[in-house]
Design a protein around this ligand. Sequence first.
Ligand code: PLP
Length: 375
Amino acid sequence: MSEPMTQRPTRIVVDLDALAGNLRAIHAHVGVPVMAILKANAYGHGLVPVARHLQAQGVAQLGVAFLEEGVQLRRAGITVPVLVLGGILGRQVAQLIQHDLEITVSSLDKLRKVEAAAEQLGRKAVIHLKIDTGMERIGVHSYSCAPFIEAALASKWCLLKGIYSHLACADDPHSLLTALQLERFHDACAHIENAGAPMPLRHLANSGGVLHFPETWLDMVRPGILLYGVMPDPAARRSVDVQPALSLLSQAVYFKVVKAGNAVSYGATWAPARDTRIVTVPLGYGDGYPRALSNRGDVLIRGLRHPIVGRVCMDQFMVDLGPDGTAYVEDDVVLIGRQGNAAISVEDVALWAGTIGYEILTRLNERIPREYVGG
Ligand SMILES: *Cc1c(COP(=O)(O)O)cnc(C)c1O
């Protein structure tokens, strides 16, 4: 028999009610169905629990990056439509079909591979065509997509459910590229109209599109980061009222007084000017907490902001309470979230670490247990 394990004090708490509220707010804002994007462990929030909760909320569709993420959802009993957004290889197609995952078809060659696999299985593949309108990532260029679209329309083994593209600059409300991308996307869709075929679901808007560009909402929107209550960019306009769903919490595991001049942590990069009080927090870059926060950024203890001092280690880092600060071992430490009237957002941490909120969320890894509240 295995011993029951006491969880480490470091944990992620996900507020399912905040997620549900964000889905409702986005849906009310755009007035079209929502494809909730759950790639990279649901932006660090936990793929399966988030999918279960959104399914219970009646979400129209889910989107993931990779085959494996889709399979994980199906194995967990998720039944809503799931689109795999990423580029695919021929050897993955049969599994995509067998697990009832919708496939992004991003070239004529991939269309042929999907047709062949579907025919061999005797089962139609559900596909979304990917058009490149300016991202230059995957997808057929809008200016040369006519043969691709005609082949998809003629396909016996592919059910054409959607056509989509991805916006490169929509997190900037002043982006001029977005209007151009939309125009190119409409040009691509015109090939379907001209062929007299029924129009599949047209989807284009990521979180930036949802926030800033109503003309990109079309038949469905694909928000990721906004669903989790985080803005895609510091310049984004808060046109939808969303709440952050994730908190990152820990507890002080050690308290000590460090004498003036004695340096703290690896590399001796920081030393106090006078005797000060230091607590140690038991998480580090091995959990995905950025080492770039060494000597930058704050945490909350007893409702007050205190600075991270010295280098962030793999499993722990130190916080300066100042000469008069008080804290005790086991005091709660908030790295992301609220405490009393104070709050630290994902956006704050991203700014300190010189990156974007997406990276802060998705790098929080499996070593940190996740807890779910609400729902
Ligand atoms: C990640 C992704 C999204 C969601 O992007 P956000 O900026 O998080 O809203 C939408 N569509 C595609 C194709 C993506 O890869």
